[in-house]
Design a protein around this ligand. Structure first.
Ligand code: GDP
Ligand code: IMO
Ligand code: MG
Length: 423
């Protein structure tokens, strides 16, 4: 068997959590391969809403194994909060959630460093989630990180050395902090973490594949936030793309199967950085209000705009997307006209290739399509789709040259329509 990968094609928050939950019954294992609690993946079913940060979104479909892979960065304090919230609602996780020994730990001082670096950047700040993601990956790459497996051997010495190093860096910034208070939470988190099995996840995942079991890898963030191919430097610090699943799980490229690319029927972004199709007008406000576009965890308003097919086509190429999943179509149900960016004008020249730098001078060129003006939220099959919606899907498939296999028409698990059932 191969690992199927599901990942975001835009700037995150495409609806990955919802779809992973929907697809989980088809898999034996669900795993996260990168990112950390900067993610907020929302799932809704049976009138309940859950937001997951580090725990894979397969956790609610009973009996499935969920793995936090080596590419993830984990904050024990936030992990504890997340686990306890789920335990309070009756979900016991210790039997079906496993953590890679090689996942890196977000230390209390990583969060402080994140805040210090952001404030030093002033108006050019990234607008990070403040969870210490960048500093933790920096330590990983510079070979100074602490891993989950370290908790089991010689931890205190390694921890102290890291904290001293961080304190020295922090002394160059004008930062007030109460490390003791943060550490108290953090160490309580480490105790919680110890209730879970730390595993050599690369062996477990590969054994699953050899034994004919199926694995779904759940991406966090989105392709436009990828450290190499996103809108650098306004990106996150990991490889969010499909290749990240290979390094973040220890799976060979030839063992990657389907690549599900997920996108919203429009586009959003949180934090700073370029966003060519952003709408700073009543349409942007309308998308934000209808789509409830506020951060799943932070509540930050998301910037909203039209779908950007230049960026999407680039994301399809980088990830080798084999199936597309379109989310939040219902948000456009009432629009008279829908726009899709089909090319950019860069320095007066038209291009449909995603350029090196989109910070300045990129003007989107739009194609206008008529809206379908139909409430789609209760639809159950594609046979009910209005004609103009089918035209929109055809147009997107023609442009992106990949079939749209799933359409989401609302936040609930049930509001999901699988297309091409006979193919
Ligand atoms: P993720 O980070 O990719 O998992 O996405 P988020 O959970 O951060 O953001 C997606 C938001 O859209 C969540 O509030 C979901 O409940 C909601 N959502 C997902 N699919 C749909 C949909 O098809 N229609 C609507 N209206 N909301 C959706
Ligand atoms: P999910 O998985 C949307 C953004 C931040 C910031 C940039 C860097 O829910 O789609 P970081 O804290 O990672 O150093 O921040 O990346 N960002 C996200 N935006 N969805 C996410 O995750 C994000 N995770 C990080 O807003 O612009
Ligand atoms: Mg999210």
């Amino acid at each position: 068997m191969k690992v199927d990968v599901l990942l975001g094609l835009q700037w995150g928050d495409e609806g990955k959590g919802k779809v992973v939950d929907v697809l989980t019954p088809n898999y034996d294992m669900v795993t996260r391969f990168q990112g950390g609690p900067n993610a907020g993946h929302t799932l809704e079913f049976e009138g309940q809403k859950y937001v997951l940060r580090s725990i894979p979104s397969g956790i609610f479909q009973g009996g499935k194994i969920n793995v936090i892979g080596n590419g993830v960065v984990l904050d024990p304090a936030l992990f504890k909060q997340e686990v306890e919230a789920l335990e309070a609602s009756g979900h016991n996780l210790t039997e079906r959630l496993f953590i890679s020994k090689k996942a890196h730990l977000i230390l209390p001082t990583h969060r402080l460093l994140d805040a210090a670096y952001e404030s030093a950047k002033g108006s050019s700040k990234i607008g990070t989630t403040g969870k210490g993601i960048g500093p933790t990956y920096t330590d990983k790459i510079s070979r100074n990180g602490l891993r989950v497996g370290d908790i089991l051997c010689g931890f205190e010495k390694k921890y102290k050395a890291a904290i001293e190093r961080h304190k020295e860096i922090l002394s160059h910034y004008n930062m007030q902090y109460d490390l003791e208070a943060i550490e108290k939470d953090w160490f309580a988190g480490v105790e919680k973490l110890k209730q879970f099995q730390f595993i050599d996840s690369e062996f477990v995942v590969n054994d699953y594949l050899s034994n004919g079991k199926s694995v779904l890898a759940e991406g966090a963030q989105g392709t436009m936030l990828d450290i190499d191919f996103g809108s650098y430097p306004f990106v996150t610090s990991s490889n969010t793309i499909c290749a990240g699943a290979c390094t973040g799980l220890g799976v060979a490229p030839r063992n990657i199967g389907e690549v599900y690319g997920i996108f919203k029927a429009y586009c959003t972004r949180v934090g700073s950085g370029p966003f060519p199709t952003e709408l700073n007008d009543e349409f942007g406000d309308r998308l934000r209000n209808l789509g409830h576009e506020f951060g799943s965890v932070t509540g930050r308003p998301r910037r909203c705009g039209w779908v950007d097919l230049v960026a999407l086509k680039y994301a399809v190429m980088i990830n080798g997307v084999s199936q597309l999943i379109m989310m939040k179509s219902d948000v456009l149900d009432d629009f008279d006209t829908i726009k899709a960016c089909v090319a950019y004008k860069v320095n007066g020249e038209e291009t449909d290739e995603f350029p090196f730098d989109i910070t300045e001078g990129v003007e989107p060129i739009y194609k206008e399509l008529p809206g379908w003006k139909t409430n789609m939220t209760k639809m159950k099959s594609e046979s009910e789709f209005p004609e103009k919606f089918n035209d929109y899907l055809d147009f997107l498939e023609d442009y992106l040259e990949v079939p749209i296999k799933i359409v989401s028409v609302g936040p609930d698990r049930q509001q999901t329509i699988i297309r091409y059932v006979n193919q």
